[in-house]
Design a protein around this ligand. Structure first.
Ligand code: F6P
Length: 506
């Protein structure tokens, strides 16, 4: 690390660390200072960081760190479509999918989207006959985003009923088969590389299921979503049903490309466009806003405060919205696969922690399961609460009122704590949380929420000096699984014994 970087970290470490109570006592108006509203199409998102330990001195010192780490230059490189993934020699052009970025890449994305729109609308209009179900087969970034978006936005009824299947465990695919009429089912094979074992195995089994259930031309029922169309053609998919996207769109950032096809299939094209527009609003904010007003950057400052200055090993996200139940899973891949690294972008060992472990769940369920530890456990866990002001249900408004009351109560309780002579009944308090409040869970709001987290993840990577766009950590396990499958290698005694116990020895 260069000197200005060390100096910035030293300054951050040496600053006084007031308690949350102390911060509010010194500045009762801190909600005004540490909350912000981000405008998105047809609404806004309110972010409240006043219950975190960020204060002006830390804000200023983090800005000095961001300067020292070249934040403005790295952000400009991201949006310019320059190589920001040096280990793989690639750009990271997910924002271009939303219309913000390198002009040529934006145009290319627009052309790919136009092709997708034609296919989606043709299917909706019956060009492929009776289509009522779509089994979307992918894994990781080729499944988590579609699963989240469809679950969040299509609960009131979908144009086409979508089932996302990722696991190689056949139980996952069987559950989808049980819910679908094979005569009215399309299979989307979603894989950036079109080589992933789980996806290709599941896809082959889905074709066998169609064929075993009377579908004459199973390949005719397949849509391929991939950055390598030639591999899909080789596999047997007709070129007219291949929806390509650019290689510079990373797997866990690919929801905005044709990997998002099931979202358009379920919701209709206009809602998919609204989803992209919500994300684009955040892109423009992130690209064009400097200093603490840049909200993904500010969120990253809070993340670094807890990870680097307080040694927190995890961060938790609780969606007080049943429709966002899959958001923690999505954020786990986004944050942990991007920033769970031990090496800097220059190839040097990292001199401190990188990404914390992202975990979470939905409120109020989680309150009755894991919140004990948040309130009284020995781990300090910074928490994000995410909720919508408008209810997603049509039941007695008491449901939503109680849901939101609980959400706000948890943040208040974590911060205030409560003294008692009985230690078992005392709460230490001074535990941080941030709250993200959307007006209403619309396609635009979900797009904005996801894009906010993408940019927050990028900002964290810049502050740490790491490359968030590669994922070599997943390769070794894949290699060993391949060797086991091939049956011509030997392993450690424990693994050998497990293979023998399961009848998998060569
Ligand atoms: O193994 C990790 C990973 O490469 C993820 O980054 C990616 O989202 C997932 O696998 C699926 O990859 P593909 O879309 O190429 O099938």
């Amino acid at each position: 690390m260069t000197d200005p970087v060390n100096a910035a970290w030293s300054a951050l470490k040496s600053l006084p660390k007031p308690t949350l109570a102390g911060l509010f006592a010194a500045d009762p108006g801190r909600f005004e200072t540490w909350s912000a509203r981000l405008d998105i199409p047809d609404g806004s998102i309110l972010f409240d960081w006043s219950k975190t330990h960020l204060d002006q001195p830390h804000g200023d010192a983090f800005l000095a760190l961001a300067d020292a780490m070249g934040f403005a230059e790295r952000r400009a490189a991201l949006f310019a479509g320059d190589v920001v993934n040096p280990t793989e020699g690639r750009a990271a052009e997910h924002t271009a999918q939303r219309g913000v970025g390198n002009e040529a890449s934006v145009e290319a994305a627009f052309a790919f989207h136009a092709r997708m729109q034609v296919l989606v609308e043709a299917i909706h209009q019956g060009a492929l006959g009776d289509v009522r179900h779509l089994i979307h087969i992918g894994i990781g970034g080729s499944a988590l985003g579609p699963a989240l978006a469809v679950d969040a936005l299509a609960r009131d009824g979908a144009v086409i009923d979508v089932h996302v299947v990722s696991n190689i465990d056949g139980c996952a695919l069987e559950a989808a088969f049980a819910a679908c009429d094979p005569a009215a089912t399309l299979i989307a094979v979603a894989s950036k590389t079109f080589t992933t074992t789980e996806t290709m195995t599941n896809a082959a089994s889905a074709l066998s299921w169609l064929s075993a259930n009377g579908v004459d031309d199973p390949y005719g029922r397949v849509v391929a979503l991939t950055a390598y169309p030639e591999k899909a053609i080789e596999w047997g998919v007709d070129e007219t049903r291949i929806l390509p996207f650019g290689e510079s769109v990373g797997g866990r950032y690919s929801l905005w490309s044709s990997i998002g096809c099931p979202v358009a299939m379920a919701l209709g094209w206009q809602d998919f466009v609204a989803f992209l527009e919500g994300a684009a609003a955040v892109d423009l904010h992130f690209r064009d806003t400097d200093g603490l007003d840049n909200l993904p950057l500010r969120a990253a400052f809070a993340d670094q405060y807890y990870t680097r200055l307080k040694g927190c090993q995890t961060r938790a996200v609780f969606a007080y919205d049943e429709r966002l139940a899959l958001l923690p899973d999505y954020l786990q891949q986004l944050e942990m696969e991007s920033n769970g690294k031990s090496v800097t972008a220059d190839g040097a060992p990292l001199d401190g922690p990188s990404a914390p472990i992202t975990w979470g769940g939905v409120g109020t369920d989680a309150q009755h399961a894991v919140f004990q530890l948040l309130h009284q456990g020995t781990n300090l866990v910074p928490v994000d609460f995410i909720a919508a002001i408008a209810a997603g249900d049509a039941l007695d408004p008491a449901h939503h009122r109680i849901l939101l009351s609980n959400c706000f109560a948890q943040g208040a309780a974590l911060m205030a704590g409560k003294e008692s002579d009985d230690l078992a009944r005392s709460y230490p308090g001074n535990r941080p949380s941030a709250t993200i409040l959307i007006d209403e869970l619309t396609p635009a709001a979900l797009g904005a929420l996801i894009a906010f987290h993408e940019h927050r993840t990028f900002a964290n990577a810049v502050l740490l000096g790491i490359n968030p766009f590669d994922q070599f950590g997943v390769e070794l396990g894949k290699d060993i699984a391949r060797q086991i499958e091939q049956g011509n290698a030997t392993f450690d005694p424990s693994t050998e014994a497990l293979l023998a116990a399961a009848g998998l020895s060569a």
